[in-house]
Design a protein around this ligand. Structure first.
Ligand SMILES: *[C@@H]1O[C@H](CO)[C@@H](O)[C@H](O)[C@H]1NC(C)=O
Ligand SMILES: *[C@@H]1O[C@H](CO)[C@@H](O)[C@H](O)[C@H]1NC(C)=O
Ligand SMILES: *[C@@H]1O[C@H](CO)[C@@H](O)[C@H](O)[C@H]1NC(C)=O
Ligand SMILES: *[C@@H]1O[C@H](CO)[C@@H](O)[C@H](O)[C@H]1NC(C)=O
Ligand SMILES: *[C@@H]1O[C@H](CO)[C@@H](O)[C@H](O)[C@H]1NC(C)=O
Length: 954
């Protein structure tokens, strides 16, 4: 028998077994077999059907299965929310004793088997909440012998609702809601005389309600919401005396309310909103005394509200918003003591705000919407008695007088909208009491005075709209404590003073509109204010900051915007001429350079503050170490690798670090070779006459712990390449770090290119020299990248020239690794002097900084070498960005004009032009568009034309 069953399961699986043919002897095993076949058809990812064991003879102990205790036949299958997917197979048709089948809230797909309703004993069929689809075949309801309740809600069934539904006369409950049924309601639907509940909501049904509804003596709930049903509401509905809930909302019903509705004395829910119903609301509506919800909103009702509404003492929700109702609100409404939600908005109600509204009897009221009417008069101070009110909208009326101080008693108020009225006076500081307030809208009134600082107590505020009033005074700094603020609009007032810097801490801002006020000074830096739109801050003549394209006095660094020859007039209040005064349109890269400059300013300030703080602490303790005066001889007299005093000196090579001569001069100003972002460089000579360069790090307050510092420096020390300045050793104390490196005698490329040497400025560099410098620099950088080191600070003053070979040597690489983290503010401040070499991604927090930033710097450097121009040059009113200039010239076909005049036309254009093009490619805005340095080396070697190179050498 067991084997036989397995075989059957298998055959059924293959759809070969004629299962519809009843076995001659219906037995227990039909149930087991049917369930096993059902199980085989579905996927059971949560293993809910694990207890269904095909080797058992009865299914009664299985999960979700209930049997008749006498016959042991399966009478209920309840698999709600079992996460089953797959198709509804034919297995269930074997369950001949099944009375209740519920497969709700699974993930079943496919169409429905028409025979399922024919199960002789089936009373309840619940397939809601699956993804079943297709049409329901007409025969589906034809042989339903005992079906009482059917739900197919929340599936994807489509097509017409079958006419045969009307013949399934046992039905008491039909729920076909939220499918895609179309067409009209089945004409025979009202022959289901036993029907108590009909829910066809959320489909696309159209046409009119069929005739005959008056026969539905058992109907208790009718829901046709959200279809496209037309015509009038049939008067016969008044004969369905047991109706408790009628929802015909969101259809296209028209005509007036049938007078017969008054007979529905048991009805507690009447929802007709969102139709095209018209005419007056009949007085007789006051007879439906059981009503708890009456929603007539969004129709075309006209006339006055009937005062009989006051009889509906059970009413909890009354909404007549969005009609054409007129006149005052009837006084009788004052007896609706159970009212929780009241909507009167968007009508033409007139008169003073009715007194009944403010009677303390309305303790249950949670939401009151009186907006967009023509109510007049003052807001009574009794409004504070609405201790349970959460939502109050009186916007767009003609209310006058002040905002009562009693609003501070509305402890539960979430939303208060008094906008678009004639309210005057100031915003009461008592507002602080409304501690739940999330939205406060007071725009377009006549409010004056200051924004109360006490507003900080309304800590839930997300939306604060006070625009278009006459508010004055400063924006209180306490506002920056409202950490949930998202939307702030203070525009079109007369606010003055400077903006509190702390506003930048508001982390959730989406909008902060302060336009058209008299605010002054600098916009806060950071946070939302880095991306604030200019329209949100415009119309404040004395406000400055980059979103306004108006620099603040003494904030933008001189080298960028101003002619370095004209001294900055830093008298407070006098602004430098606005950027781009004559040339409004700045190039993108100029904007990036300027954006980057702003970043640099922040960084410089941060570093300076940090340094100052650290210095003031350590200056007394380690003044000697910092100045390295007398201590120097002692310091460097130790042997390699030993601690000298508190410091530790390490030399990587076997160099003798004993500075017998010139040690006194170490770090003496006279021997200073130059200064960079990371420190000053001094030259000294070892005992053997070997010159070295010593860099005193000025970032000592920022460097990592000794261990990490030493690890990073050792790594840098391992880098050896003929185009890289070798790091020979280091000296460490907690407050002073020195880096000892190879001394390169020829000076920096910057000096050769831009600083006059004996009246004979850069002419000393021939084309061949320049090409060699470009190539050598590229090789040095390529080697660095191969060692996974990013230079971060490539610029012409960091390329040194060997006076013997003329070879370039790249210095100062990887120093950013010595800082605790590669913070780009710190980084960009350290490379401030490299402005113009700085890749745009430094200014953009979201882009990762990779070795491609060096490629960018290299591209600028190559252009600088070919053109002899600085990366950024400052003219009278203008900033010229080198790569932009070359790019423009290239587009206009006059790129040769960019080549350094000092070359006197003695250069091969077939090399110079490709090198400039390469420079432009390297300065692509998008890092991934730049080649890597190894590719650059290859390209350069291809560009170099060997024959001509030799000619030049000759
Ligand atoms: C239903 O099935 C679909 C497709 O098989 C799957 O993406 C989805 O997560 C399932 N939903 C549930 C509730 O199991
Ligand atoms: C009243 O009905 C309108 C339209 O149906 C709806 O938008 C509004 O939220 C309702 N008002 C209240 C207070 O529930
Ligand atoms: C108040 O009502 C007005 C007009 O009916 C509407 O525009 C506004 O959105 C409502 N305010 C709130 C906070 O819902
Ligand atoms: C103000 O109310 C009038 C009349 O009800 C209406 O036409 C207008 O659209 C409303 N304005 C706003 C902003 O809701
Ligand atoms: C700045 O001054 C120097 C020397 O006085 C002069 O050569 C240079 O052209 C001036 N630069 C500008 C942009 O005016």
């Amino acid at each position: 028998m067991l084997n036989m069953r397995r075989l059957l399961v298998l055959l059924c699986f293959l759809s070969l077994a004629p299962l519809l043919v009843k076995p001659l002897n219906p037995s227990l095993n039909d149930d087991v077999l049917g369930l096993i076949v059902f199980k085989a058809d579905v996927q059971d990812p949560k293993g809910k059907l694990a207890s269904w064991d095909e080797d058992e003879d009865i299914a009664c102990g299985w999960e979700g299965v209930k049997c008749n205790p006498r016959s042991n036949r399966v009478v209920e299958l309840n698999l709600d929310g079992f996460s089953l997917s797959g198709h509804l197979g034919r297995g269930l048709l074997q369950l001949q004793s099944l009375r209740k089948l519920s497969l709700a809230n699974n993930n079943l797909t496919g169409s429905i088997n028409p025979n399922i309703a024919r199960l002789d004993n089936l009373r309840v069929l619940d397939l809601s909440g699956n993804s079943l689809s297709g049409t329901i075949p007409d025969e589906f309801f034809q042989q339903c012998s005992s079906l009482r309740s059917i739900s197919m809600a929340d599936n994807k069934f489509s097509g017409k609702i079958p006419e045969s539904l009307g013949s399934c006369s046992t039905l008491a409950s039909v729920d076909l809601s939220f499918n895609q049924f179309s067409g009209s309601l089945p004409a025979g639907i009202w022959s289901l005389s036993a029907l108590r509940m009909l829910d066809l909501s959320g489909n696309s049904l159209e046409g009119e309600i069929p005739e005959g509804i008056e026969g539905m003596k058992n109907l208790r709930a009718l829901n046709l919401k959200g279809n496209r049903i037309t015509g009038s509401i049939p008067g016969g509905i008044g004969s369905c005396l047991l109706l408790r809930s009628i929802d015909l909302s969101e259809n296209s019903f028209s005509g007036s309310l049938p007078g017969t509705l008054q007979q529905l004395t048991l009805c507690h829910n009447l929802d007709l909103h969102g139709n095209a119903l018209s005419g007056e609301i009949p007085e007789s509506i006051g007879q439906i005394e059981a009503l708890e919800t009456l929603d007539l909103s969004a129709n075309a009702f006209s006339g006055k509200l009937p005062s009989s509404l006051g009889n509906l003492v059970s009413l909890q929700v009354l909404n007549v918003s969005g009609n054409s109702l007129v006149g005052p609100l009837p006084v009788s409404l004052g007896s609706l003591k159970n009212l929780q939600v009241a909507g009167f908005s968007q009508n033409s109600f007139t008169g003073d705000l009715p007194h009944w509204i403010f009677k303390s009897s309305f303790q249950k009221l949670r939401a009151l919407d009186l907006s967009s009417n023509s109510f007049s008069g003052q807001i009574q101070s009794d409004i504070g008695d609405f201790t349970g009110l959460q939502f109050l909208n009186m916007s767009n009326n003609s209310l006058t007088g002040p905002v009562p101080t009693s609003i501070g008693r509305l402890k539960t108020m979430d939303v208060l909208d008094l906008s678009d009225n004639w309210l005057n006076g100031s915003i009461p500081s008592e507002i602080a009491g409304a501690t739940s307030l999330k939205e406060l809208r007071l725009q377009r009134n006549e409010l004056a005075g200051n924004i109360p600082a006490s507003i900080e107590k309304c800590s839930s505020l997300t939306t604060l709209i006070l625009s278009q009033n006459h508010l004055g005074g400063p924006i209180p700094s306490s506002m920056s404590k409202l950490g949930n603020l998202q939307i702030v609009d203070l525009s079109y007032n007369s606010l003055s003073g400077t903006l509190p810097k702390q506003l930048a801490n508001l982390a959730h801002l989406i909008t902060f509109n302060i336009s058209h006020n008299q605010l002054q000074g600098q916009l806060p830096l950071g946070g939302f204010f880095n991306i604030i739109s200019s329209s949100s801050v415009g119309g404040n003549p004395s406000l400055c900051g980059s979103p306004l394209n108006r620099s603040c006095p003494g904030v933008l660094p001189k080298p960028i915007v101003l002619n370095p020859n004209s001294t900055v007039d830093s008298t407070p209040g006098s602004l430098p001429p606005p950027l781009g005064h004559k040339r409004i349109i700045l190039s993108i890269s100029a904007l990036i350079a300027i954006g980057a400059a702003a970043v640099i300013v922040i960084g410089v300030i941060a570093i300076t503050v940090l340094n100052l703080r650290v210095r003031s602490i350590s200056v007394s303790r380690s003044a000697a170490a910092l100045t390295l005066s007398g201590a120097v001889d002692e310091l460097f007299s130790g042997s390699p690798g030993t601690d000298a005093n508190s410091g530790k000196l390490v030399m990587f090579s076997s160099m003798d670090p004993d500075f017998s001569t010139g040690a006194h001069a170490l770090l003496n100003k006279d021997c200073e070779l130059g200064r960079g972002g990371f420190g000053a460089v001094y030259r000294t000579v070892l005992r053997d006459g070997h010159p070295i360069a010593i860099k005193k790090l000025t970032v000592s307050s920022l460097v990592k712990s000794q261990d990490e510092f030493e690890r990073e420096v050792r790594k840098l020390g391992k880098v050896r390449h003929s185009n890289l300045v070798a790091l020979e050793g280091y000296y460490w104390t907690p407050s002073l770090q020195l880096l000892i490196s190879e001394f390169v005698s020829g000076g920096s490329l910057y000096k050769h290119l831009h600083e006059a040497s004996g009246g004979n400025a850069n002419s000393s560099l021939s084309w061949n020299d320049r090409f060699n410098i470009i190539l050598g620099t590229a090789k040095g950088l390529a080697h660095l990248h191969q060692m996974n080191i990013i230079h971060y600070n490539i610029k012409s003053s960091n390329v040194l020239l060997d006076s013997f070979s003329g070879e370039p040597k790249v210095a100062d690489f990887g120093l950013a690794r010595l800082l605790p983290m590669l913070d780009r503010y710190v980084l960009s401040s350290k490379i401030q002097s490299a402005l113009g070499y700085m890749a745009p991604e430094f200014a953009c927090r979201t882009v990762k900084i990779t070795e491609k930033c060096d490629v960018y710097g290299f591209g600028v450097l190559a252009l600088e070498i070919v053109t002899g121009k600085r990366p950024v040059e400052y003219m009278e009113d203008d900033v010229v960005v080198l790569c932009e200039m070359v790019r423009g010239a290239l587009e206009e076909g006059r790129v040769e004009e960019c080549v350094d005049k000092a070359l006197n036309d003695s250069y091969p254009p077939e090399e110079a032009i490709p090198v400039m093009k390469l420079g432009l490619i390297c300065t692509s805005q998008v890092p991934s568009n730049r080649p890597d340095m190894a590719e650059v080396v290859n390209i350069l070697e291809l560009i170099r034309c060997p024959s001509e190179g030799q000619e030049e050498l000759v």
